[in-house]
Design a protein around this ligand. Sequence first.
Ligand code: PBG
Length: 331
Amino acid sequence: MLEEQSFKLQSRLRKSRRTDSLRRIFRETRIHPDNLMAPIFVIDRSDSVEPVQSMPGVDRYSVDRLPEYVSRLRSAGIRSVLLFGVPASKDEAGTGAYSNSGVIPRAVRQLRDNFEDLVIAADVCLCEYTSHGHCGVLATGEVDNDGTLPLLAKAALQYATAGADIVAPSAMMDGQVHAIREALDHSGLNSTIVMGYSAKYASAFYGPFRFAAESKPAFGDRRAYQMDVANSREAMREIEGDVKEGADVIMVKPALAYLDVISKARARFDMPLAAYNVSGEYSMIKAASMNGWLDEKFTVYEVLTSIKRAGADLIITYFAEQGAKWAREGW
Ligand code: PBG
């Protein structure tokens, strides 16, 4: 009898859900603008803002038009951006990625001059710059891991020298974090942060990005270097590798189909953990909301919250500006 009563009292979990204020005081996870990083596509043109067809609501900016967009992000409360370059021309060796006059070094200098307190991260990869669209240089028709490392290091050095706070290698070459860390330290850039795309899966969710960044591989796919979708133990080995190589921030990408990997990484590594809420995750919500099939605001809330609840500290998301505004209003 007594036992039954105490069971009943304990089971009334609805008590804490009755009113909005009660729900708020018991809420375990919150999205804050500080935790949202905005990816930006930078095009090598002048005076251009171009909508990205595959990602409604996302635009690509020329270097001279970047400050106006970043001012908007700053007023929404966003403190950090992740830059992707779309060069005017490409070649076999991806030269545009590591040239001092390339689109990213220029974009970084432009933003550094205009925003003292902005955290500038730059993606380090060759796929937007190579004519074949792969993330490294080719040798006998395959992506040459060790031949790519010095080029990634050179790119990272250019971006850091231009003023980037964070360089983020996403090419999934073995040893890329080490190669970059070593190059930075040799040049006295020992306060530049390396954010490794540690567990980056060969995902269908990058589709809309590849239109935006014009980085679709001309032949084959990326499965020989990006991770197999089915593996999570291997993800822990990838992350451990990046930590040993000197990464300051680790990342799981994509986020939504990999919440288990985020959660496992959180439990295992006491490192700042980023999760990339990628283009396909953005576009599918956008498309469904535009059709009236999903409530965009609540869906974005639920998705970003789930990524944080899984254990991510930092969420890289195309919803950053809107998400920050909603977060400040209280959703
Ligand atoms: C470059 C890179 C990609 C993304 C981030 N860095 C594309 C890819 O690997 O094909 C995808 C980001 C997104 O889908 O939002 N290697």
